[in-house]
Design a protein around this ligand. Structure first.
Ligand SMILES: [Zn+2]
Length: 98
């Protein structure tokens, strides 16, 4: 499983993953979803950080307010698709097409 796939699967369960400015992995969401995904997220943290850094190098901005965006949607790195990006306040419902 790639880090990107892991992020998408966790996100489908309502888990939000981001990184603090100091580089720490931050995840929030339903308790049972966190219990399910956090160990895997932690185990793959370096790969996740690399995947996130790959797309955040260009300083992704929220499509609504223009602030730094930590949540990408429709991101398929292998296909070179960068998807749409949103900050925590403007991220769309998780129910949307992934
Ligand atoms: Zn925003």
């Amino acid at each position: 499983m790639t880090a990107t796939t892991l992020l998408q699967m966790a996100e489908r369960d309502g888990v939000r993953v981001g990184f603090s400015p100091s580089g720490g992995l931050k995840a929030s969401g339903p308790r049972d979803a966190l219990a399910k995904w956090l160990p895997e997220l932690r185990a793959m943290k370096p790969a996740i950080a690399a995947a996130v850094a790959q797309v955040s190098d260009a300083a992704r901005r929220c499509g609504v307010c223009g602030q730094l965006a930590h949540f990408g949607y429709g991101v398929r790195l292998r296909q070179g698709e960068e998807g749409r990006w949103f900050c925590a306040a403007h991220r769309p419902p998780v129910d949307g097409t992934a």
